[in-house]
Design a protein around this ligand. Structure first.
Ligand code: PHE
Length: 342
């Protein structure tokens, strides 16, 4: 009987270790501790044993029983804790009211996310480029198929300098320069600070960061665009991210899209953060318009390409659970110090 009990313990441990849901754990409990289970069978067998041996075995069986039921309870508890942990991890992480150590320096959250995105794209053969913040009308608009007086300019109301130059409204302003610098084929990303005349609130800032990307080669299609975006987002969020494309208008892409990702807070079920839709708008993108390629000196008979304008500030808000965009530029050491050590 001793051997039998030992074998039973091993069988029980293996089955419990394999149980992954509360239902499976309950099944293990019923199988082993139920009225028709092996522990009950041992009790029946005990009837045929005599004297001191009966007392010893009886005690042993009771110990096994207690052991099994404690292990089942512990496994169920561990599972419940893991579920809560997962929920917390999905919930907002950033809390500006938490105490911090303001004397410790840290990278700005935008820098952190920028570096992360850069390293993903660099690993896929993209060069990382830089471009000034003060640009001219040609690069910011004309070269991007936005002629003077085009209503699309209204979407990007900006700050003009006295000399006619302006603060760049989007990182797309560097597209023409980069196409001319490298020619095709080309894979490049170029992060940058952008400026627009915005009424500031929790979701809008006059100063924000974007990460532009372009890929130009023979036979580039929307599938390439989707692949690269999914790959990058899954690495940044360390989980498989679902994406969808909706039509979107930008004069420099055709067709143009808004790329949405499944909501990170609710996992796509619908919650206040995603206005119950299960999706979050993240990144405008599209196939580069032939006029833009031509302006950049690219042979449109041979090459096509995609472009995207990822909102880095928005990505940082999502990744770190920052609810108010003003925390990024507010210069509040207390808020920013929460990112030290990341
Ligand atoms: N530059 C656009 C904006 O800031 C975004 C964009 C980039 C759209 C690349 C399509 C392709 O609004």
């Amino acid at each position: 009987m001793n051997d039998k009990i030992q074998a039973l313990r091993e069988r029980f441990a293996a089955r419990l270790a394999a149980a992954e849901t509360p239902e499976q754990i309950e099944e293990v409990r019923v199988t082993f501790l139920g009225k028709k289970g092996p522990v009950a069978d041992l009790m029946t067998e005990l009837r045929g044993v005599d004297g001191a041996e009966k007392a010893r075995l009886g005690q042993l069986i009771n110990t096994v029983k207690a052991e099994f039921s404690a292990a089942v309870t512990a496994a169920a508890e561990a599972l419940r804790k893991a579920a809560i942990d997962a929920q917390i991890r999905r919930a907002r992480l950033y809390n500006p009211s938490l105490p911090t150590e303001p004397q410790r320096g840290s990278y700005h959250p935008i820098t952190l996310i920028q570096r992360e995105v850069e390293s993903v794209f660099a690993s896929m053969g993209f060069v990382i480029e830089d471009y000034p913040e003060v640009v001219d009308d040609y690069h910011c608009f004309e070269a991007l198929n936005i002629p003077k007086h085009h209503p699309a300019r209204d979407m990007q109301d900006t700050y003009y300098l006295d000399n006619g130059q302006l603060l760049k409204t989007h990182t797309s302003a560097a597209q023409n320069y980069i196409m001319k610098k490298y020619g095709a084929p080309l894979r490049a990303i170029f992060p940058g600070r952008c400026f627009r005349n915005e009424a500031i609130d929790a979701c809008h800032e006059n100063t924000f960061f974007q990460m532009e990307g372009i890929m130009i080669d023979e036979d580039i299609s929307i599938s390439n665009l989707i692949y690269f975006m999914k790959k990058m987002l899954s690495e940044v969020f360390r989980q498989d991210i679902r994406v969808r494309l909706r039509p979107g208008f930008f004069p420099f892409v055709e067709p143009g899209f808004e790329l949405d990702i499944s909501c990170l807070i609710c996992g796509g079920e619908g919650c206040p953060s995603c206005k119950n839709s299960g999706w979050l708008e993240l990144c405008p993108c599209g196939m580069i318009h032939p006029n833009v390629l031509r302006a950049g000196g690219i042979d449109t008979d041979k090459y096509t390409g995609f472009a995207f304008g990822l909102g880095l500030t928005r990505l940082a808000m999502m990744k770190y659970g920052v609810g108010d965009i003003r925390d990024f530029n507010g210069g509040q050491m207390k808020a920013l110090a929460q990112f030290s050590g990341r």
